[in-house]
Design a protein around this ligand. Sequence first.
Ligand code: ATP
Length: 429
Amino acid sequence: MTRTYISKIEPEKEIKISGWIERIRNSKNMIFIVLKDITGKIQVTIEKANNEDICNALEGIIANSVIEVTGVAHLSEYVKMGGIEMIPTSVQVLSSAEALPITEEANIDQKLDYRWIDLRSEKNTLMFQAQSCFTNAMRTFLVSQNFTEIHTPKIIGAASESGADVFELTYFDTKAYLAQSPQFYKQMAMASGFERIFECGPVFRAEKSYTNRHATEFTGFDIEFSYIESYEDVMNMEEDMIIAGLSAVKEKYGDKIKEVFDVDIVVPTKPFPRIKLQDLYSAIETKYGYTLPDSEKIDLTTEAEKLAGKYAMEEYGHEFIFVTDYPKDKRAFYHMRKDGVPQGYDLIWKGVEITTGAQREHRYDILKAQAEEKGLDKDVQFYLEFFKYGCPPHGGFGIGLDRITMLMLGVSSIKEAEFLFRGPNRLTP
Ligand code: ATP
């Protein structure tokens, strides 16, 4: 007999269901089990008197064991759970569990030691269902816009971008590195004439950061596309993609997320507010009294990111804000510049950076000069070659998927939002 999902049970038919024992209560005459699968829960009711085999099978079995139950479900006005109960003709224990080593109250590091158990909670299951829904919607949107999904290598021969924050590894008798971003290969795809690509894959950062939003390995959702006129086109594309993602999550899980996480999924309106870095610093100084020496207003501090989120909400009633016009010293050499200003942005959501995006410099001579200016031209020689044999103007962005998940559901740390967190002190399980 094939297995029936609990949500698909029809009464008065012989069926087989399987799942986890959420609760088991053994009284004098009866055994009551709450059985849970990925679709729902049902009460399984066993009368001891006529079911010696079943009682023997369940001897010593505790919650979190996995069982298979064959029998018939009956409607019952006495059963609170869905008004239906399963009366088994046979029960088979598929896996018997020991008492759990962690409880709901354990701290996050204890929970991470036993992450597979921690992930069984309704909250965590919902988190990854929402993440999957978000990713799927972004994918569907991009494919509808003629994007091709690609997969670029994560073992690379030269440290990309800056060389800092990169994991080095032994590669036979030479050295290799773990990719800090798919940036160079996304752009190679533009030089290959793919026009529009995206990739969802691992990103490695050898940063000893102990913040709530940094991991040493995370999942990047990266987009690159050709024939843009300016980075405005890149921002527009990102707006549409995020709207597609959040609309899907709201539709499918909005109510459940409100119930479990007490968070409203808000589908943002277009256009998202945009502000230049220096204007933002002036605004948050005037509004919130946040000051910094001019020499430090060259990038967003963590506090300034937070206040940017507050400002976006108070000024525009919007959860998102694009920050543009960063100084060139703080941006990658491959960002196109206009009158010396990098043609790119960071996107802040709920006071945290989620994206860096830009129009890229596609003209070989200028790109080479910008790499030289940062002392990187030797390291990125192979990359510069991509632009020698024809390449359309292009741009793109990268979103951190784990950070998005954390912000979307209002959980306090990326440790909870990654399936398995990787940080300076965490390599297992
Ligand atoms: P930050 O300033 O927060 O360290 P970054 O400027 O290094 O980020 P980018 O290199 O622009 O980030 O990466 C693009 C996106 O990837 C970021 O906006 C963020 O969403 C995500 N991201 C970057 N670093 C990390 C990290 N260590 N852990 C998790 N996500 C990250």
